[in-house]
Ligand binder design. Structure first.
Ligand SMILES: NC(=O)c1ccc[n+]([C@@H]2O[C@H](COP(=O)([O-])OP(=O)(O)OC[C@H]3O[C@@H](n4cnc5c(N)ncnc54)[C@H](O)[C@@H]3O)[C@@H](O)[C@H]2O)c1
Length: 438
């Protein structure tokens, strides 16, 4: 291979990258790593994937649509998932243990889309192996792991893209610019929401357990990875999202995208405090994580950010409204518009041409009498293409680790407030004992 970087042993690599032993996890193998080779515009980027479930396969297909990208290895604890990848990447090498994929020194970059509780483990191990990383949100399972990921990334030269694709959206660029240009004036309140519906009797997210989902085809111990050892449970393996041990519920599934969007648009740091109320109201199907949620964050400098979600009604899709003294920014997506309440599909009178765009600015006449309404036009970029370009240019991508960190801490503050049924300050969340997170 042209331009292949020099190989160094593990100790030398740790010294160079400034990584602590903790960052290595249980790394095993031949102890050799490839420092990043220089990848020119026409060189192939060789990727591997860790966790090739629903999202991982989507991410992989998106990566393979980019020019000069090749998938050489897949690691997944479930043989069905490895076989599925083989069906569209015939020569791919397959592993059940991701550490064996990371042992290879002919892989430039890794996509990881494992369940939430495994993110930090493979985040740290991928960086320690000297590979670039696309890591699905939420960046980490709890605040200590978010700190560890951030520290490892800060002392690493690897290019890390967090799978928060809205960070690459044109609407975000438009909204951020309007705020920076002073069009909104002082924003004291951001309202955000996310609504979905499901057929009655069928809980949101619940997936059927395939007949081959059994210990012969699943490395259950590796899935548990540090969680209490319990006998194989196919329902929990497939539906990990419903259980606190493996998931942060809809906070880490969906709020993370929206709070990240708000943080970036307004250039926010960490919240001062969080509250969260709700419960399992839609379908009482044995899930632990709430399906109906109301979160409030107090941010520094007089800002309240609210987020609410339901799984029993989808009329208002999802969106964010920035309420400023001089103007409003309304960002909507999903199946309808907040302004009209009309559904985009199924409504014969839907006027696509004249419907409000996904992001709009509306002046507040009282403080901005000459203001005019604006509609966002920025097309944005593809998040995966942005990662690939940054791998070649060694530049920071749009979904930087810092937004992964800021959004993860906010998520975990909210969930902690829910579990402890009280307002949680940033200081309390940062000092929470390990057992607080389960
Ligand atoms: N960015 C987005 O919009 C978006 C959308 C959906 C999901 N996601 C995220 O992607 C991640 C995966 O979600 P999903 O719906 O694909 O879940 P999934 O259950 O379909 O996929 C997870 C995969 O990880 C595998 N796995 C489990 N333990 C493993 C281990 N130790 N090593 C290797 N593989 C292991 C499972 O076998 C499975 O194939 C989650 O973090 C989720 O939040 C992001």
């Amino acid at each position: 291979m042209e331009n292949e970087g020099k190989k160094v042993d593990r100790r030398e690599f740790i010294g160079q990258a400034g990584l602590g032993v903790a960052a290595l996890g249980t790394f095993s193998g031949n102890g050799l790593f490839a420092l990043n080779r220089v990848i020119g515009a026409n060189d192939r980027i060789r990727i591997g994937i860790i966790g090739a479930g629903d999202r991982g396969q989507e991410d992989l297909k998106s990566a393979l649509r980019q020019p000069n990208v090749e998938c050489v290895a897949v690691a997944d604890v479930y043989s069905r998932r490895r076989d599925q990848v083989k069906s569209f990447v015939p020569n791919v090498a397959t592993y059940d243990d991701p550490m064996r994929l990371l042992d290879r020194n002919d892989i430039d970059a890794v996509i990881q889309a494992t369940p939430q509780h495994l993110h930090a483990k493979y985040f740290l191990a991928t960086l320690a192996s000297g590979k670039d990383l696309y890591s699905e949100k939420t960046m980490a399972w709890d605040i200590p792991e978010a700190k560890a990921c951030r520290a490892a990334a800060q002392s690493s030269k690897q290019i890390v893209q967090i799978g928060m694709q809205d960070e690459s959206s044109g609407e975000l660029a438009d909204g951020k610019k309007w705020i920076q240009d002073g069009l909104t004036g002082k924003i004291t309140m951001v309202e955000s929401w996310m609504s979905r519906n499901t057929r009655q009797g069928h809980g949101q997210w619940v997936r059927p357990v395939p007949s081959d989902c059994n210990p012969a085809h699943v490395n259950w111990d590796l899935f548990l990875s540090g969680r209490p050892k319990v006998p194989f449970d196919g329902y929990k393996f497939i539906n990990w999202r419903l259980f606190w041990e493996f998931s942060g519920g809809n906070i880490t599934e969906n709020m993370v995208h929206q709070i990240g969007w708000i943080i970036t648009a307004m250039n926010l740091e960490l919240p001062k405090a969080a509250t969260m109320m709700g419960g399992v109201y839609s379908e009482k199907d044995g899930r632990q994580v709430p399906d109906t949620i109301s979160v409030s964050f107090e941010y520094p400098n007089d800002l309240l950010v609210a987020w609410q979600s339901t799984f029993s009604n989808e009329r208002y899709g999802l969106g964010e409204r920035f309420l400023g003294s001089k103007g409003t920014i309304a960002h909507v997506s999903g199946s309808n518009t907040m302004e009209t309440g009309d559904f985009k599909t199924g409504n014969p009178n839907w006027d696509e041409e004249n419907a409000p765009g996904p992001i709009n600015y509306f002046p507040e006449k009282i403080n901005n009498p000459g203001g005019v309404p604006l509609q966002g036009k920025n097309p944005g970029v593809n998040h995966m293409a942005n990662w690939m370009a940054c791998i070649r240019d060694r530049k920071q991508p749009n979904g930087i680790v810092e937004i992964g960190y800021l959004s993860a801490v906010a998520c975990h503050m909210a969930n902690l407030a829910y579990k402890q049924k009280r307002r949680i300050t940033l200081e309390e969340a940062m000092a929470a004992k390990p057992d607080a997170w389960m």
